[in-house]
Each structure stands twice: as C-alpha cells, then as structure tokens.
Ligand binder design. Structure first.
Ligand code: 3PG
Ligand code: MG
Length: 413
C-alpha cells in the first residue's frame, strides 16, 4: 500500500520496502511495458552519452531472458505534446539494439496503429520501442482524465508494467503514475538500485553532509534547496543556479542565465542563515561575451559581473573553496555542472568538483543524467564515485524526503 505522508521517516522507509521487483512478476510469454528513462543528451542525432541506455540493460536483459515480449517507452527532451522529428527516439532505439545485441523495432507512433500492431506482433524475446511519450499531450497533462485516457491506451499494449525510469519518477506523468494503476506492476532493477543507493543519503548520514548544486534547470531545482536546508550541513551553489541567488540578493548578473524565483532564492538564503546551514554561492566566475564568443574569458567576482558579459563557469577561487569543503565532507551529493563544460574553456569548475568527489574518502554520489554525462566526458569513470545516479531532479527530491509519485505508484498494490 502506498503511503502518501512524507514527513514521518519511519513510514516512508516502510513504504519503500513494499515495492515489488521484477523477480516477483510472472513475465514468461507475456507482453511487458517497461517505462525507462532513455532521455539521453543528443547533439543532433548523435548520442553524446549513452549512460541511461546502459543503465536500462539489466532489467531489459532479465525480462528478455525470461521469455517476455518487451515494449519499451520513454520520453526524450521536452517536445510540446506533438510529434517532432528532432525528438524522435530513433537514435536511442538503434543504440539500444547495439547494446542488447538484438533488433529493437521503433514504432512510428506511441499508442497509434503502428505501436498497436508492433506490440501485438512482438514474440517472446522481441523488443519494440514506442515513439517519444511526450509526442502526446496526455503524457504530461495536469488533467487526471486526460492523462488517464492516455494511460488506458498505453496499458492496452501490454499485460504487465515495469517501472524502471528512475530519472522520471518525480514526474506525475501518465506512463510513470497512471499506467501502473492499470496493470500488474513492479520496479525494475535500476529503480531498485537507485533507491537502495540514495537511501544511504537519508536518515543517519555521516557528517559533514555537503550538497553541490549547479546546472541549468534552475526553476525546476530551486525549490529543492528549501527541502535540503533541513538535511544537509552545507549547500554549495555554482553553475546556472548561482545567478538566481546573486540576483535575489540584488546583484547584477549581466547576461548570465536567470531562471527561477528570485524572492524564493533570497528566502532560502535567509532561512539558511537562521538554521545554521551554510549556503555558499560561488564567489567568482568566468565570464565572456557569450558561449561561442571569440573574446578571451575573464575571471571576475560574482558580485561584479559586467552588464555585457555572461558567466559561463565558476572561477578558480570558487573551485578551491568548493574542493576544500568537499575534502572535509563525509557524505556528498552533487547535481548540475558548474559551467558550460562542453566548451573546454568553461569546463574547469566542473572538472574541479568532479575531482574533489573522486578524491573524497566519504560517500560521494553524482546525481543526474547530465551531470554524469559531464563527468564521463571529462574522463572520469563511474567507479571513481560511490554512486552515479541516472536521475537529477528525481534524486534531489528523494533526498529531500518527498514521496516521488512514480515510486508511490509502484508501491501501490
Ligand atoms: C532528466 O533528464 O532529468 C529526466 O529524464 C527527466 O526529464 P524532465 O526534467 O524533462 O522531466
Ligand atoms: Mg536532465
């Protein structure tokens, strides 16, 4: 039974244990709808990091070995509820096929004639991938009936449901929350492994517990800071998130990314001060005229970003400060790159934080597809860290102690 109260840790723990896994499911000869998170970073049609696809393999392989016909669904990017070739899962289907060593047939639609006929024709051991869930407005609709109608169509494609898209379990979306209410269901191995690892960061963690936040989805992640104030000892803020805090304090941030509620950011700074949590905002930054501008990059104090410059990385003083704090930490969680790491001259901050986590003698967790991809692209191996999570927003909300709708749906009988 799912329990929706989230402020009583004992109850939360108990409900987490109640999740069935695929080992409890009868799958032989049945059609299994697997909700994976295959939202990988793309450069055009090229996958720049296939970590999420690899992370989905244990569940898929186990189901196929046990004689299931597998129907995979995922979102990719944020298309606006209508088909858009730029967000097709085609590159993902072909990479998955290479990794599985068997064909993965991509349907031309998500729940339309192509999906229905391919799902019906899939033999045991066969794999079909539905087109991007977010090509359909029902996937993300806030209207329960609209989402429910789409969930009915998804559910009609299979006999059982496996939730394995950890990176999306914080989304109240049809494929995540409404389909499991319609089919026998269980959690996949990735969801199991992720929750087991993140559980070590809740309850009695070894302190100091330091959280590092960056990245560009600021409006999404800013509210998490409020939740983490009661959990972490220090929160280090760099990357895109820093500017919302700086602007919230009344500083000019030039052309830097601003996304999120400035009043909320200021409120968190005040709350942090009252509650004795250190909320450290990057003290210096690297600025340029733009990401792709030819001008030499400059280091400036964060409180003196020129009006015509954009901050694109944390500065060297910030890197040193964060590395020192991380060296003293016993538990670390990091989500969000410190700068535009794809461009070498703005990668130093992200590299410094990654190195500090790799050097840590504590339990260091990297959370988020983009952060993990950044760290791998800088040459770090996953094995250098305590855990590398495929979910950024999902892991942050888990650490805050919230009930994640997708996990609650898997726990419900
Ligand atoms: C992610 O990449 O964080 C997950 O796939 C969720 O994507 P979303 O933030 O677009 O819901
Ligand atoms: Mg992401």
């Amino acid at each position: 039974m799912a329990r929706l109260k989230h402020d009583w840790h004992g109850e939360r723990q108990e409900s987490r244990l109640a999740m069935k896994t695929i080992d409890d499911l009868e799958v032989s000869g049945r059609r299994v709808l697997v909700r994976a998170d295959l939202n990988v970073p793309l450069d055009g049609k090229r996958i720049t990091d296939d970590g999420k696809i690899r992370a989905s393999l244990p569940t898929l392989t186990a189901l196929l070995d046990r004689g299931a016909a597998v129907v995979i669904c995922s979102h990719l990017g944020r298309p606006a509820g209508t088909p858009d070739p730029a967000f097709s899962l085609a590159p993902v289907a072909s990479r998955l096929s290479e990794l599985l060593g068997r064909p993965v047939v991509l349907a031309a639609d998500t729940v339309g004639p192509s999906a229905r006929s391919l799902a019906a024709a899939t033999p045991p051991g066969g794999v079909v991938m539905l087109e991007n869930l977010r090509f359909n407005p029902g996937e993300t609709s806030k209207d329960d009936a609209v989402r429910g109608a789409f969930a009915d169509e998804l559910a009609s494609l299979a006999d059982v449901y496996v939730g394995d898209g950890f990176g999306a379990v914080h989304r109240r979306h049809a494929s995540v929350c409404d389909v499991p209410a319609r089919l026998p269901h269980a959690a996949g191995y990735l969801v199991q492994a992720e929750t087991a690892a993140l559980e070590k960061l809740t309850g009695n963690v070894r302190r100091p517990y330091v959280v590092v936040l960056g990245g560009a989805k600021v409006a999404d992640k800013l509210p998490v800071v409020g939740g983490l104030l009661g959990v972490a000892d220090q929160i280090l803020v760099g990357g895109g998130m820093a500017f919302t805090f700086l602007a919230g304090q009344g500083h000019g941030v030039g052309l830097s990314l601003l996304d999120g509620d400035l009043d909320a950011a200021r409120g968190y700074l005040e709350r942090a001060e009252r509650s004795g949590v250190e909320l450290v905002i990057a003290p210096d930054v690297v600025v340029a005229a733009g990401r792709d501008a030819a001008d030499p990059a400059q280091v400036v104090p964060s409180r003196a970003i020129p009006d015509d410059r954009m901050a694109l990385d944390i500065g060297p003083e910030c890197s040193r400060l964060f590395a020192n704090r991380l060296a003293a930490a016993q538990t670390i969680f990091w989500n969000g790159p410190m700068g535009v790491f794809e461009i070498p001259r703005f990668a130093a901050g992200t590299r410094a934080v990654a190195q500090a986590l790799a050097d840590s003698s504590g339990f260091a967790v990297i959370g988020g597809g983009d952060t993990a991809a950044a760290v791998r692209s800088l040459g770090f191996r996953d094995a250098a860290f305590g855990h590398v999570s495929t979910g950024g927003g999902a892991s942050l909300e888990y650490l805050e102690g919230r009930v994640l709708p997708g996990l609650a749906a898997l726990q419900a009988g």
